[in-house]
Design a protein around this ligand. Sequence first.
Ligand code: ARG
Length: 266
Amino acid sequence: MKGIIKKVFCALMVAAVGISAAGCGEASTMERIEKSGKLVVGTSADYAPYEYHTMIEGKDTIIGIDISIVNEIAKDLGVQLEIVDTGFDGLLAALNSDKVDIVIAGMNPDEKRKKAVDFSKIYYEAKQGVMVRAEDKDKIKTIADLSGKNVGVQLGTTQEKIAQDQMTASKLVSLGKIPDLVMELKNNKIDALVVELPVANGYIKNNNDLALSEINVEEDSGGSAIAVKKGNEDFVALLNKSLDRLIEEGSIDKFVQEANEKNVTQ
Ligand code: ARG
């Protein structure tokens, strides 16, 4: 099929049966990266040690586990790296509208997201935790202790879902950014914050007024993976190859350690 006929046919097929536009003449993720010579990565840099802002030689810079990983991926692909920092809640929409080539943001590949995008293999696993004010650690030990209290979660995250499902007697406060939620906790506006353990531990290390509660959060979110627009299986295979290399070399563990050491989030 040629020209206009193919375009019309493709538009109909994409609309009618939801086939991937990539197979229909629209540039695939890989083609776009090759053409531009850069890998555009969407993230939400409010999530130390995964991705966060820090001052390096007087310049605001985004670093973290995920950034070290995509740096290596860009090297493997032989292209430049460009980071787009946006709210976590808007990341998959940015991916599906081609504003970014991939999303890496400590994102769990849950069933709902898998319907909208594809995921690489899991590159890192972490459990969930509940952060409280240090002075409340002995008072807030079970989910029942959170009854009637304000619990903070990041908007559109696994933690929001966990809190909705398991902390039904609490009032949920969903905000866009983790540092804002931590401020709310410190200022007694919320009483607990559900986050991934590495995130909680970073804040606790740097703030002695914060502590990890004994609360055990049940979850099966199964770790973090990179999101890619559907219909890019070959590109996902390339990403997995890079991730395999990094996992085998022990680089991811090294990135985690480095990001934890550099994490001075107040
Ligand atoms: N792991 C959680 C999720 O997938 C939270 C991730 C938040 N990431 C961030 N960069 N703020 O929903």
